[in-house]
Every structure is written in C-alpha cells, then in structure tokens.
Design a protein around this ligand. Structure first.
Ligand code: HBI
Ligand code: FE
Length: 287
C-alpha cells in the first residue's frame, strides 16, 4: 500500500523495533490475552489446520498470559530459524519486508482494550502473535513468509507493492486450505477473529475460490469488514511452489494492463468451491 513517509517513533531502533518490555504488562493486559485465547482455543479445533494447533503446543503458547517474545524466538529459532520482534505498530512496507526477508516477524507489543474485543484497526499482540506466529513452526509456511519478504523488496523497486499486498492479504491473513475435501482456516486475520472464524467457513455469503496467483493479485479486498471472497490452497507446500517458481516482473507488467476485480467478482475460469450468496455484504450496503 502506498504510504506517506512515517517518522521513526521515539525509542525505536533504526529498524523500528522496540523492547517488548514483557515485565511491564499489567494483570489486566494478561487477562485480556487469556480471555481472547480461551475463546479462540475453544472454537478452533476442527476448523483450523492442525499445524496451527501443533504450533501453539510447540511454542508453549497454551500457558496463560501474553507470551514473552524472547521465549517464543528461542523455540522458533530451533524449529525454523524465525524470531519475533516487537514494534510500536504498523511499520513502513520496506521495513516490514526487510524483517520478513531475514526471518523476523514484527509484532505489536500492545493489547486491545475491552471495548475493542471484536474489532480494532491496528494489529495488536493478540492478532500478531496468536494469529501469525504458530504457523511459523511449519517449514514450508516459514519459507513462504521469508519469500514474501524478499518478493516485497523486489516489488518495492518495481512499484508493484499493491498487487503483492493482495497475495499477503488473501493467503497469510485470510487464507483457507482444502484438506480431504473439507475447508479449514489458516489465515491470521481469520483465526484471531471470533466472528470471522465462523463466517469464513460456515456462512453462505462469501465466495470460496481455488487459489490462482494472477487472479488473486487482480482482486481488491475489504479492510473494513469480513471478506467477500476467500481463496483456497491445497497445502503450504503447494502455495510455496506456486509462488516461488514464478517471475513476478512480467506478471506485474501484465497486471498493469488488466482490470482489477471487485471483491465479489466470479470468473468463468474460477475453480469455485462455494458460490457465495453475498447476502451479508449486500445487507450492509448503503441504500
Ligand atoms: N507493519 N507491524 C506491521 N504489520 C504488518 O502486517 C504490516 C506492517 N507494515 C506494512 C504491511 N503490513 C503491509 O502493508 C505489507 O504486507 C504490504
Ligand atoms: Fe496480520
């Protein structure tokens, strides 16, 4: 996304990281984590890919309280060579990509307030750590995230960040996976949201469409509400293969000539797992 130049916040290092300062969290903040964790942990089994739940176990994220990033990093490092570092909030694209390319996941250190339990704009520690970090224990997903960072740095030079950002959005944030005919969740934006964890799998409204890289990169997305389309991969290995065997340069040039697709578009060539009614989105449209 094109961003105005952001100023480096006071107290942040040149790479925008800050100390997590884990001992500074209050009991109310740990209690907020526990409340969110328990709600998701009760509903996700059977809905989320099993690798996500295994990741929670491997990283000992099942113990109460906001995780200590140093401890997560130590366990992750042994598995896949990733680390978790704290940032004050959204960081510029280039900084974000640079961290991913070096297998560092940037996470907000703050946690939402009780009145924001179901919706907040900036990613907090629950979204970033509960949503994103467990799958970094999976080797193919861990490689995909690094490749995305490297691709981001290249896209930055080619002025193609907007197209690449859609790939992150429709996979890392809102991706679904198909396993033995059944759909499961893996996107962090879904698994960290109580409402969308139900909507993305069970609601008749959204389309659920087979992953196709070029098609996906033409598709606009919603940042203000549940998605109108979800894209479905077959496995993390398949996602990695379908994105690392392509030369993005020619594809970006092709995409510049193609029209963008609305979030609810369907094409004749789409592999449609579920044709959505779009009732949810329509009911919310201003009349
Ligand atoms: N910064 N902290 C943080 N977290 C993100 O997910 C993030 C970011 N900066 C940029 C960004 N994401 C996206 O715009 C990129 O995927 C393009
Ligand atoms: Fe996220």
């Amino acid at each position: 996304m094109a961003q105005a130049e952001q100023a480096l916040p006071k107290g942040a290092a040149a790479d925008w990281t800050v100390p997590q300062d884990w001992t500074a969290y209050g009991a109310d903040e740990h209690a907020m984590w526990d409340r969110l964790f328990e709600r998701q942990a009760a509903m996700l089994p059977g809905r989320v890919v099993p690798e996500f739940l295994e990741g929670l176990d491997i990283l000992r994220m099942t113990k109460p309280g906001i995780p200590d990033f140093a401890e997560l990093s130590e366990r992750l490092m042994k598995r896949t060579g990733w680390q978790v570092v704290a940032v004050p909030g959204l960081v510029p694209d280039r900084v974000f990509f640079e961290h991913l390319a070096n297998r560092r996941f940037v996470a907000g250190r703050f946690i939402r307030k009780p009145e924001q339990i179901d919706y907040l704009q900036e990613p907090d520690v629950f979204h970033d750590v509960f949503g994103h970090v467990p799958l970094l224990t999976h080797p193919a997903f861990a490689d995909y995230m690094q490749a995305y960072g490297e691709g981001g740095l290249r896209a930055d030079h080619m002025g193609a960040i907007d197209h690449l950002a859609r790939l992150y959005w429709y996979t890392v944030e809102f991706g679904l996976m198909r396993r033995e005919g059944a759909l499961q969740l893996y996107g962090a934006g879904i698994v960290s949201s109580y409402g969308e964890s139900v909507f993305a799998l069970d609601d008749a409204s959204p389309h659920r469409i087979g992953f196709d890289l070029k098609r996906l990169m033409r598709t606009e997305y919603r940042i203000d509400d549940y998605q109108q389309s979800y894209f479905v991969i077959d496995s993390f290995e398949d996602l990695l293969a379908k994105t690392s065997n392509v030369d993005f340069g020619p594809m970006y040039r092709e995409l510049e000539g193609a029209t963008d697709l609305a979030p609810d578009a369907l094409l004749a060539e789409d592999r449609v797992y579920h044709r959505g009614t779009q009732d949810y989105a329509r009911a919310k449209m201003p009349c």
